[in-house]
Design a protein around this ligand. Structure first.
Ligand code: ARG
Length: 484
């Protein structure tokens, strides 16, 4: 039976009728529509609209519909998921099914279903993000040095390396800047993606209120216990204004924006791993499970997983933009334009979830060439700032120290050598009295150790950060499904 034919003389144009339906895509909301309908039916019984037998028959039908699951094929006679569930309740429970829509409107139903969908997706994506972070942490923990570089006894040898102590260059302007622990570099991504978890958690808190009881626009016509319905669906409270509740899609926009951040970070990560996997860098060995070959060039192994993640990120921003633009011109309250806010939410959620699954698979299987990284960390004057810092500790003003070390670098460039290879005489020409402790300050081990501030790359600090990240992550795993 149609939901609204009573006041019409004419049937809708056949093409228009099909075109305005949302069942082809909103049927994935079925589990939420069933849950919300069960809560509404119970509230109807509390309000005296359904007898206890009628309630039992209605709940029985709704449970059956839930068990049958999302229909695989579209039914052109069904307008949307709300129509589908009501039709099926009537099929299963008979005439009593027509009572289910008492005191409610599809406007509040879709607002509720979509919130429930987004809430579930947030929980799912937070878990995927936590698993992704966990893959970085495992890699960071096992990022030990594989080989020392330089001849034994030379200033470059870094003895007694422990776990998480392999070094690599850190870049600014994509030019070598200072050495950093590979674990510290990996933890930078953990910081980034944990921020995304926090953003989703924040979005979840704001969306977790229940529109049911708002009616079509001004509030339901029945004395329905809204707090009861909200609690039934694990919402923290009913929404505060019926007009806002039925037309608000901020939660969907916010969710898509939070996902845009995830996509942004995934794309930056992918880009850096693509760069680092090139022969020119040679820091990353691409896992065969996540690479493809070339049909033309037999030698090729291409970083397709990473490139596709970078490419798909743009599509996530497009969904977020579609939502923003779709809502910006709408007067209060419900307008049918809002039906168009569903697909971008579904698409963004599904896209990001699949990107994260592939990214985690990649991070779990990727291998690092720590010997190459360590070698790269040990040359290119990346100890220059540490050398200046040493002079500062001897009482030289920083600007002067900078100038002296700059001169020393110039000499190195002329002689094609590194700072630790210049003689004491060379240093004297640059205004520097180089003694044993000066040369000591140039070693990779010392250069790393002086960055001894919270959030810095000194090994002790990195171990601290690893510990903190692990603790935070175990909290996420613990609360992912319990934070309503
Ligand atoms: N399928 C509709 C949507 O997604 C449900 C609400 C319809 N409301 C209405 N007044 N026509 O927005």
């Amino acid at each position: 039976m149609k939901m609204w034919s009573g006041r019409f003389d004419q049937a809708p144009d056949a093409e228009f009728e099909q075109w305005q339906r949302s069942f082809p895509f909103d049927r994935i909301l079925l589990p939420y529509e069933v849950a919300a309908s069960k809560a509404h039916a119970s509230a109807l019984a509390k309000a005296g609209v359904l007898t206890s037998e009628e309630l039992a028959a209605t709940l029985f039908a709704l449970d059956q519909i839930g068990r049958d699951g999302v229909p695989e094929v579209d039914d052109p006679a069904i307008e949307d998921v709300h129509h589908y569930v009501e039709t099926r309740v009537v099929e299963i429970a008979g005439e009593v099914g027509y009572k289910l829509h008492t005191g409610r409107s599809r406007n509040e139903q879709i607002a509720t279903d979509l919130r429930l969908y987004v809430r579930d997706q947030i929980d799912n994506i937070r878990t995927l993000l936590a698993e992704f972070c966990s893959s970085f942490i495992s890699q960071a923990e096992s990022a030990g040095q594989l080989e020392t570089t330089g001849a034994p006894g030379s200033a470059r040898v870094w003895p007694n390396l422990g776990q998480s102590e392999a070094a690599m260059p850190a870049y600014t302007h994509l030019q070598r800047a200072e050495p950093v622990l590979a674990a510290h570099w990996l933890l930078a991504y953990v910081a980034m993606f944990m921020r995304d978890i926090d953003r989703l958690t924040d979005c979840r808190k704001r969306l977790n209120v229940c529109p049911l009881g708002s009616g079509a626009v001004t509030g339901t016509i029945l004395p329905i216990d809204r707090a009861f319905i909200a609690a039934e669906l694990d919402f923290t409270a009913p929404t505060s204004n019926s007009m806002d509740a039925t037309s608000d899609r901020d939660f969907a926009i916010e969710f898509a924006q939070a996902l845009s951040f995830v996509a942004l970070h995934l794309s930056r990560w992918a880009e850096e791993f693509i760069l680092f996997s090139t022969t020119e860098f040679g820091f990353v060995k691409l896992p065969e499970q996540y690479s493809t070959g070339s049909s033309a060039m037999p030698q090729k192994k291409n970083p397709d997983a990473l490139e596709l993640i970078r490419g798909k990120a743009g599509k996530v921003y497009a969904e977020a933009t579609a939502l923003f633009v779709g809502v910006k011109g709408l007067p209060l309250a419900y307008n049918k334009d809002l039906q168009e806010t569903q697909q971008p939410v579904f698409a963004a959620a599904q896209q990001v979830a699949s990107m994260l699954r592939v990214a985690t698979g990649f991070m779990t299987t990727v291998e690092f060439k720590f010997d190459r990284m360590q070698q790269a960390a040990s040359c290119g004057f990346m100890n220059a700032q540490a050398a200046a810092a040493y002079l500062v500790r001897q009482g030289v003003p920083f600007r002067r120290a900078h100038e002296f070390i700059g001169k020393a670098v110039r000499l190195c460039v002329q002689q094609s050598c590194e700072l630790e290879q210049l003689s004491k005489q060379d240093y004297a020409l640059c205004g520097i009295q180089a003694d044993e402790s000066f040369y000591q300050a140039l070693t990779l081990k010392e250069v790393l150790a002086i960055h001894n501030v919270p959030g810095g790359t000194a090994p002790a600090r990195v171990r601290e950060s690893l510990q903190t990240a692990k603790e935070k992550l175990s909290q996420y795993f613990g609360v992912a499904h319990a934070c309503s």
